[in-house]
Unconditional design. Structure first.
Length: 78
């Protein structure tokens, strides 16, 4: 037996339902500060914010590449 339930609620209603905090004001404040920094020519602020994501993306790609290299090596040995 399979039962499906569709719930049509807004993001705000979902936050209230699950008790999650409303971070929209923090999000707006952060983006406003970043836009102000960029408008003033401080592009290092954007790079400082993106650097952790770029580094982890590069690490994930390297692991993915090693995974396929190992698969190719193992298939050649058989």
């Amino acid at each position: 037996m399979k039962i499906s339930i569709d719930v049509d609620i807004s993001p705000q209603e979902a936050r209230e339902l699950f008790g999650w905090p409303d971070l929209s004001q923090l999000h707006e404040t952060t983006l406003s500060a970043l836009n102000e920094q960029l408008a003033n020519g401080n592009h290092e602020a954007l790079m400082a914010m993106l650097k952790p994501y770029l580094a982890s993306s590069q690490n994930a790609f390297s692991m993915y590449q090693k995974f396929f290299e190992n698969m190719a090596t193992q298939s050649q040995k058989k």
